[in-house]
Design a protein around this ligand. Structure first.
Ligand code: NAD
Length: 420
């Protein structure tokens, strides 16, 4: 009788498959490996809230604190109908490696509420956020766990979170969350940081591959905070952005999309729906457009075994978390596609979140140019370290990024010792 091993295809299963690939190169002790594959704490709770019409509804909230070895846990809050414990756990796991690969003094966490923010009024969003924050008062804080925005959450939502926590503490605690408006302790440059980081890495890798920005055709999937800023930076750097997309579909213009015009359109209409600056295609077709650089900046599992063979980009910079399944990753590696993986690809956001936390704690705020300079330095220094490991071990960037991150986390764990 033969047995087949079936891989866990949950989002956390995808995350684990990448971890295992790198961990196997490091000969980690079994105990350490077991610790790293178990979240420290998973919290699920009810969020009762009142709709504007007076009726009472109950949503589900989550916070997963994956690892604290290098410092307080750090990670965003997602408001989306697809939020599950599996997804939040995977995202918390990725945050652990993301903070370590860019050498921040943080562990990893993530949170979320299963809801559709597009169908909630500002008042309803505020009530959900305040209840979400109140449920977490004991376990978050500048020295415990520091949330931030993610899909479906905004600086305003961070402001309500900070205010609720501060009310409970009876003192103002700006450092409990990052991604706040600058007026109340946010950092200059935070809103643009993730998209800026994506483009910095893309330009760095294009230099390495010998692709001149003026010759580069770029496709960006997702036109929210990250995708729209990345598209703007690509256009500013001389690239031709030939495709963009959001939930309403893709828009392709081989002569170049007017990114500023598309951004203004999306802001006015809250979506690209009806945008006429490019031919309308499906989101699936957008990913398959021939280009030099592809930036998935929406959600998980968009590059899969179904479409990997048809992806024609030379370079993929993962702005979303987990956009490529492990099976698709193997196909793309075989085809020679260079991938800058999510854990460093979108780390610009958490780097400037770290700067925001530092500024809040010292009560002294930096100029935007200083923030951007420090972001570039930290991100590119660590990416070059990943490249060195990739070349030395003859492995793809993804495996090298995990190797660098796992080594750093394990070193901290061993220095602290395990309270067992
Ligand atoms: P956002 O909510 O601002 O934007 C998400 C975008 O994706 C929207 O344009 C939406 O229409 C689009 N989208 C949703 N479903 C889609 C689909 N099926 N096909 C195509 N487009 C779709 O979110 P964001 O903050 O820009 O985050 C995008 C990704 O980047 C997420 O994976 C997030 O975890 C990751 N990320 C964000 C940050 C940050 O600082 N915001 C940091 C690190 C990673």
């Amino acid at each position: 009788m033969t047995t087949t091993t079936v891989r866990d295809v949950s989002v956390f299963g995808d995350a684990m498959a990448y971890f295992e690939e790198a961990a196997s190169l490091l000969n980690l002790e079994l105990g350490i490996r077991a610790l790293l594959t178990h979240p420290s704490r998973q919290i699920i709770f009810a969020i009762p809230f009142q709709r504007d019409n007076g009726s009472l509804e109950v949503y589900t909230g989550y916070r997963v604190q994956y690892n604290f070895a290098r410092g307080p846990a750090k990670g965003g809050i997602r408001y989306h109908p697809g939020v599950t414990l599996d997804e939040v756990t995977a995202l918390a796991f990725w945050m652990t490696w993301k903070c370590a690969v860019v050498d921040l003094p943080f562990g990893g966490a993530k949170g979320g509420v299963t809801c559709d923010p597009g169908n909630l009024s500002p008042g309803e969003l505020e009530r959900i956020t305040r209840r979400y924050a109140a449920e977490l008062v004991e376990v978050v804080g500048p020295d415990k766990d520091v949330p931030a925005p993610d899909v479906g959450t905004t600086p305003q939502i961070m402001a309500w979170f900070m205010d609720t926590y501060s009310m409970h503490m009876r003192t103002s605690v700006p450092g409990v969350v990052t991604g706040k408006p600058v007026e109340i302790g946010g950092s200059a440059g935070r809103v643009e940081a993730t998209g800026r980081g994506v483009s910095l890495l893309a330009f760095e890798e294009m230099r390495h591959l010998g692709i001149a920005p003026g010759d580069a055709r770029v496709v960006v999937q997702g036109f929210g905070n990250v995708g729209s800023v990345a598209a703007k930076m690509f256009a500013a750097g001389g690239c031709k952005v030939i495709g963009i997309s959001d939930i309403s579909g893709g828009y392709v213009n081989r002569n170049g999309i007017d990114v500023a015009g598309a951004t203004a359109y999306a802001q006015e209409h809250h979506s690209l729906k009806g945008y006429r600056g490019g031919e309308h295609v499906s989101n699936e077709d957008l990913l398959e457009v021939e280009c030099d650089v592809l930036v998935p900046a929406a959600l998980e599992k968009v590059l899969t075994v179904e479409n990997a063979e048809r992806i024609r980009a030379k370079l993929i910079v993962e702005a979303a978390n987990g956009p490529t399944t492990p099976e698709a990753d193997h196909i793309l590696q075989r085809k020679g596609t260079v991938i800058v993986p999510d854990i460093i690809g979108n780390a610009g956001g958490v780097i400037v979140s770290y700067f925001e936390w530092v500024q809040d704690r010292q009560g002294y705020f930096w100029r935007e140019s200083e923030v951007n300079e420090r972001l570039e330095d930290l991100l590119l220094t660590n990416f070059r370290r990943v490249r060195e490991v990739a070349l030395a071990r003859k492995v793809p960037y993804r495996t090298a990024a995990y190797v660098v991150a796992i080594e750093r986390v394990v070193r901290s764990m061993k220095m602290r010792g395990v309270y067992a």
